[in-house]
Ligand binder design. Sequence first.
Ligand SMILES: Nc1ncnc2c1ncn2[C@@H]1O[C@H](COP(=O)(O)OP(=O)(O)OP(=O)(O)O)[C@@H](O)[C@H]1O
Ligand SMILES: [Mg+2]
Length: 294
Amino acid sequence: MDVKPQVINGIDLEPDKLVMEIERLHAIMLEQEKLASIGQLTAGILHEIRNPLNFIINFSKISLSLVDDMKEILGKVNDGVTEDDLDELTDIETNLSRNLDKICENGERAMRIMVNMLAQSKEINAEIFEPTNLNQLVDDFLKLAYQGVRGNNSDFNLTMKTSFDKAIGKVNVDAHDLGRAILNIVNNACYAMEDKRKQLPAGTYSPQIEVNTLKTATGFSVSIKDNGTGIPAAVKEKIFKPFFTTKPNNEGTGLGLSMTYDIISKIHKGTLEVNSVDGESTEFIISIPATTAN
Ligand SMILES: Nc1ncnc2c1ncn2[C@@H]1O[C@H](COP(=O)(O)OP(=O)(O)OP(=O)(O)O)[C@@H](O)[C@H]1O
Ligand SMILES: [Mg+2]
């Protein structure tokens, strides 16, 4: 007698169940198609908005310098202008400059959000895993982040303690994205240390960052520890959420750690752990399963 298998690849072939299974798979497929097209649409929209946003930012900068020029000329033609007029002119000038500053600042903030979101949608679409010297990558991005912070603030100094496990060698990772993740974590660390330095009396605090890499049973781990402000428990719960930031005056987009989390967990199937003692230190530990490359 010919006995037909009832279950193939986990799919029950009994007619009623088969129809249900096809409907279920069809629904999943539609959902995925929808998500993919939303992703493409978002990338398209972001791209289109970037140009007008550039106009807003550039023209507000030009207008700001025009206001300065105007101020200079008006300073020379005070004769015949009443005191009231002069006061009003000064008010207008101040308000114009302030408004233009706000337009420019918020335009730049929108631009940063867009650039980050664009990068995020691209990175999910185009993952490139390649043999990478992990220790070199960590070292390069650590220095890059430090130089970036020093470029904006030449007062900033820190002690770097590194310990790189040579046994890691070359591993298959998406080097570009992993580099960005490390950059984000080190940038946050530098910010937290600079923040603490500003709060304490001069000369009483030395910023220090410790970076270690370690070969693990399944791949490797990277830990980045700073002795900055630390993260209060209530803040810690939210740090991986998109757009969550505690930085003042629109200084942060709040996308750094949500992107970092996606790079580690979605792209590299790893974990990102955070340990922090409020007021003392913060440590981020990246653990990634990875194959060794030659
Ligand atoms: N090393 C750290 N020490 C103290 N707080 C931190 C540290 N890393 C992250 N945080 C907290 O997590 C928040 C979210 O970080 P995230 O990188 O996502 O955004 P952001 O740094 O505020 O903005 P952006 O990354 O755009 O500059 C920060 O605003 C800060 O409160
Ligand atoms: Mg950040």
